[in-house]
Design a protein around this ligand. Structure first.
Ligand SMILES: Cc1cc2nc3c(=O)[nH]c(=O)nc-3n(C[C@H](O)[C@H](O)[C@H](O)COP(=O)(O)O)c2cc1C
Length: 356
């Protein structure tokens, strides 16, 4: 690790302790998801039990080319409440990362961010083509340069840097352990492993053994990610891998209640329909809609909330028809009418479920 980083961090906390010291117990956070982990959703998830949240990926080069943040500001809004939150950056050039980190951390609006996360796992073709996201894992020297430059810059503001990687590029090229060791060597404070390879995209199963291999190889905290979706899963991952924390992605879409539900004892866990009352479920949807309107204006928010509602409106009879209906309204009032209909249908489904 560079001397400057060591000197700066010595006075505060050991970077290896830095990330875990943000939490009182085993952290289970909301994984970054483009289009989903908006500030309103992050804030709701944090209130309902996510130990921490992370913005969706934001382009480091985009920030360098647009330092007034006209295009990226909307993704960077802080999570409200007192839970730790991170900003995730993606890119392919160490200097871009350094610039972006300095630009953000010197801005009073982002002063309270808890950590900076570096994206090394995105498989989207548009991101891979420019050599960013999971493409970074193909160039381990570049991983070192990116982490070193980022840690050095973030250390000036006493903020830890974490990385989020995949298992590797393909099953013939699993290099999560090597990448995690390089990141540790250059001062990263934690590593999250999404235990799929780049060429798996989101298919197949996550191979948690890779998380275990990374945990055994490094002494910085390792967070496990991939396929956590029902009560008992987090404990299973923890037992199998020894991981220090976890992140939940897809299962949280349209379901910010999942963080507390996952903590239910698996043997006695009730279904989500029973766990979350229709009232709470409805109120959270309206809360997210209204917070999004405040941030983006009614017309944009109503359209962008459609993909989020497609996930909320699931799991009761008639929900596919409601999902189709919620794509149509262009005003808050119109959306509310559909949500109220959904409320009636879910409540009916719940009563049928109780009398089954
Ligand atoms: C729609 C979508 C968007 C995503 N966007 C990001 C992103 O911006 N940054 C990132 O590191 N991972 C992103 N991911 C990956 C998730 O953070 C997570 O690693 C992955 O979904 C595996 O976890 P899960 O099985 O709990 O979903 C995204 C995943 C999905 C489904």
């Amino acid at each position: 690790m560079c001397d400057l980083t060591q000197t700066l961090l010595k006075d505060t906390s050991d970077p290896k302790e830095g990330f875990l010291s943000l939490f009182h117990d085993f952290p289970n956070g909301l994984a970054p998801m483009a289009g989903f982990t908006t500030a309103p959703f992050r804030s709701i998830a944090a209130r309902l039990g996510a130990s921490f949240t992370v913005t969706e990926l934001v382009s480091a080069r985009g920030i360098r080319h647009d330092p007034d943040l006209h295009r990226s500001e909307r993704y960077l809004h802080p999570t409200t409440g007192d839970k730790p939150w991170g900003i995730q950056l993606f890119g392919f050039d160490a200097e871009d990362f350094a610039f972006a980190i300095d630009r953000l951390l010197s801005d009073p609006r982002y002063r309270d961010v808890s950590f900076i996360d570096l994206n090394m796992g995105c498989p989207a073709p548009k991101v891979i083509r420019e050599g960013a996201g999971c493409a970074l894992m193909r160039d381990e020297d570049l991983v070192g340069r990116v982490v070193e430059a980022s840690v050095k810059q973030a250390a000036r503001y006493l903020k830890p840097v974490t990385i989020k990687i995949r298992s590797g590029i393909s099953k013939e090229h699993i290099n999560a352990v090597r990448v995690a060791k390089i990141a540790e060597q250059y001062g990263a404070s934690a590593v999250t492993v999404h235990a799929r390879t780049l060429d798996q995209y989101y298919s197949g199963h996550a191979d948690w053994q890779v998380i275990r291999a990374v945990k055994e190889a490094v002494s910085i905290p390792v967070l496990g990610n991939g396929d956590l979706e029902k009560p008992g899963d987090v404990e299973k991952m923890r037992d199998m891998t020894g991981c220090d924390g976890a992140m939940v992605g897809r299962a949280a879409r349209g379901n910010p209640f999942i963080f507390s539900w996952l903590k239910e004892k698996s043997e006695s866990a009730v279904s989500l329909l029973e766990y979350v009352s229709t009232e709470d479920w409805f109120d959270v949807m309206v809360e997210q809609l209204d917070a999004s309107i405040e941030l983006l204006g009614e017309s944009v928010a109503v359209r962008e909330m459609r993909s989020q509602f497609a996930f909320y409106l699931k799991g009761f009879s008639g929900s596919s028809e409601i999902r189709r209906k919620v794509m149509e309204p262009v005003t808050r009032e119109g959306v509310l009418a559909v949500l109220e209909e959904a409320h009636r249908m879910r409540e009916q489904a719940f009563l049928l479920y109780l009398n089954r």
